[in-house]
Design a protein around this ligand. Structure first.
Ligand code: SAM
Ligand code: SF4
Length: 318
């Protein structure tokens, strides 16, 4: 499956729920979200059918995200279904890690290959503040269990927020010395909740290189990855910089997204989306619709400080 700029679409990000057991300040409103009515959320059978179709059209990599994917009931069955498909080369998940300790073993057994865990601070009080009540120890236990069962290589996703976690940059980078872990810093995106935040809270990822000048670029990383990779000399792990604002990676973008309501989004930062649910019972129409809209994928996004996108991250899966 190719778009009109010749980019081959091989990566599907699947939002399996819009619900979450945290309320990160940059992602969700304090009062939570008006939960999508049950009938508007895709069933696990719908997901299975949609993933099969995307895979037939050339998708090789699937990532489960949300909301928080681990709160979705029936997820293990879906993982088993996707994991059995020999054309899927990589099946991964992005999670906040709160429920990982209790589910890691079953996830691995079902066929999940690896996890990215979102963790913005190693300070329990700051963690509770940013997530509005989350318990850092649960995430740390989840990471330990993910390592034990082999949901590896683990990637840690850290959203960089000015005045909040910039003083922990060095500590996060140090974690890569002794462990084969990728620590990835993500620029805060002015989406939904964040639209009204002050300019000082948005930091370009160059701050990392200024703080840790010993980082050297790593050659040969996947060009479709949104991260530019660096490493400390002798380190086992890498440091990734994901810079959608200061440095766009649209020309190598190979991904599309599916929301929990069955909407295909061909660009994270675009408001356009198409509802795939009306085509669920007609395999030919489903394929043609996906191909038609993927072809329309825009060349690049135009988001920057001062622009906004309607949906929050919990709705589109990050
Ligand atoms: N709940 C899971 C988690 O937190 O990993 C998966 C969904 S979450 C929406 C996916 C990623 O989006 C997380 O790493 C989160 O930190 C990131 N994210 C959410 N809002 C963001 C924003 N405004 N700017 C940058 N990253 C954001
Ligand atoms: Fe939940 Fe993830 Fe959004 Fe935090 S970033 S509120 S964990 S969906």
């Amino acid at each position: 499956m190719e778009d009109r700029f010749g980019r081959k679409i091989k990566y599907l990000r699947l939002s399996v729920t819009d619900r979450c057991n945290l309320r990160c300040r940059y992602c969700m409103p304090e009062e939570g979200v008006s939960k999508l009515a049950h009938q508007s959320i895709l069933s696990m059978e719908d997901y299975a059918k949609l993933v099969d179709t995307f895979v037939e059209l050339g998708v090789e990599k699937v990532r489960l995200t949300g909301g928080e994917p681990l709160v979705r009931k029936g997820l293990i069955n879906l993982i088993e279904h996707i994991g059995k498909n020999p054309k899927v080369k990589d099946l991964a998940m992005t999670t906040n890690g709160i429920l990982l300790a209790e589910q890691a073993e079953a996830l691995k057994r079902a066929g999940l290959n690896r996890v990215n865990v979102s963790l913005d601070t190693m300070n329990p009080l700051k963690f509770a503040h940013m997530t509005r009540g989350g318990n850092l120890n649960q995430v740390l236990d989840g990471l330990k269990e993910a390592r034990r069962v082999g949901l590896t290589p683990i990637k840690l996703n850290i959203v960089l927020v000015g005045g909040f976690n910039e003083n922990e940059i060095e500590k996060f980078v140090e974690m890569t010395m002794d462990e084969e872990i990728d620590v990835r810093f993500i620029e805060l995106m002015p989406i939904g909740e964040v639209a009204t935040w002050s300019a000082s809270q948005f930091l370009p990822n160059d701050v990392i290189l200024e703080r840790v000048p010993g980082l050297v670029p790593v050659a040969g990383t996947d060009p479709s990855s949104p991260a530019r990779y660096y490493a400390l000399p002798g380190a086992k792990g890498k440091v990734g910089l994901i810079s959608p604002i200061s440095c766009k990676f649209c020309s190598n973008c190979n991904r599309v997204r599916l929301t929990a309501e069955g909407k295909l989004k061909y660009c994270l930062h675009a408001d356009e989306e198409v509802d795939l649910r009306p085509f669920l019972n007609d395999e030919t129409a489903l394929r043609e619709t996906i191909e038609h809209y993927v072809f329309q994928k825009p060349e690049a996004h135009h988001i920057g400080i001062g622009t906004t996108v309607k949906r929050n991250m919990f709705q589109v899966g990050g």
